[in-house]
Design a protein around this ligand. Sequence first.
Ligand code: M6R
Length: 364
Amino acid sequence: EKGGYAHFMLKEMHEQPKAVADTLNPRLRDGEIVIEELGMSDDEIRQIQKIYIVACGSAYHTGVTAKYVFEGLARIPVEVDLASEFRYRNPIFGENTLVIVVSQSGETADSLAALREAKANGVRVLGIVNVVGSSIAREADNVMYTWAGPEIAVATTKAYSTQLTAQYLLALKFAQARGLLNAEEIACMVSDLKRLPEQISLLLSHKENVQKFANRYLAAEHVFFIGRGIDYAISLEGSLKLKEISYIHSEAYAAGELKHGTISLIEDGRLVVAVLTQPSLYRKTISNIVEVKSRGAFVMAVTNVGNTEVEKVADYVIYIPETNPYFANSLAVIPLQLFGYYVSIGKGLDVDKPRNLAKSVTVE
Ligand code: M6R
C-alpha cells in the first residue's frame, strides 16, 4: 500500500525521517552509543587494524562515505570494495580485520559470496542489513539492523539513509573506544545525528522546487555529478539515482579528475550537479564549477546553508541545513533523490520498477 503517495519511491523518501530515527534511537542511551548487537568489547574494538566495507550499488556508496567517517574519526584504515570485485580478488585478511557487509535485502548474491569468502578465511563479519532473517543476517557473525521497514521501490532511499546512520554510529563508537573522541565531543555529534530526521523533513518539504527544476531537464542526455571527498560519495549516489529511474546517462566524477578526461564532454547547456558540503573543499570545487561554466555547463549546486559564495558561480543552488560535515550526506542526498524521482515521473516512466532492474539481485 502506497499510503496516499503516488509511488512507493515517494512514500519511502518521506519515511526517511522515521527510518533514520528508528535506526538511531535504540542505540542511544543517555547520550551514550550502545550497540549491543556488535558483540565486541572496547578492547576488541581497539584491536581492529583494518576494515573492509563490502557491498553493491547504493549500499556500496554508503561505504564510500563511511570510509571517510571511520578514517577521519576512528583512524582505522578502511577499504571499500564492490562485492563482485572483492570476492574474486583474493583480498588480504589480517588477524585483526573486520569485514562489514552492507545490504538492504540481505540476499544480494555477490555480497553474500563476499561474506562467505571472509568467513572461510576466519575473519569476523558484521552485517548491516535491513531485512530481518535474510541470508546475510543469518550468516554474519553479528548483525546491526537498519530499521527502515520494507522497501519496495527498486531505487533505494530510506534503506540507504539508514545504512549511513548505522555506519555513523559505528564510527563514533569505534572512535570513542579508541580514545579519539571524548564524551563531550560524542555528545555534540550525537545531538547533530538526532537533528537529522527533522532536517530531512525540511528538505522533503521543498520538493516542489526540485520538481520545477527537474522538469527543465527531462530531455537531458547526459548529466555529470561532481564533488570531492564525501561530496564525491554523495555524487555517486545522486548519479545512480538519476540514471536507474530516468534512463539518462549520468556519471559521478571526483571533481579534481575532471581535467583528466571528462571535461571534454562538457558543452553548451550540459547539466553539471556540484556537491559542496565539506567546508575544507569549498574553494577547490568552486574552481571546478568555474571551469565547467566557462565551457557552457549549467550548474546546479547542493551546498550548506550560508555558503553564499556558490551563488556567484552556480546557476541554481539548493541549501541543506547545518550539520557536522561527516553527516552531510544524509541531507545532501535528499534533493538528489527528489531530482531523480521527478525527472523519472516527468518523463512518464515507471519509477518504482525501472526496466531491466530487480529489487534484489540474487544472481551473479
Ligand atoms: O539489497 P542490497 O542493499 O544488497 O542491494 C544493493 C544494490 O542492488 C542496490 O543498492 C541497487 O543499487 C539499488 N537499485 C540502488 O537504488
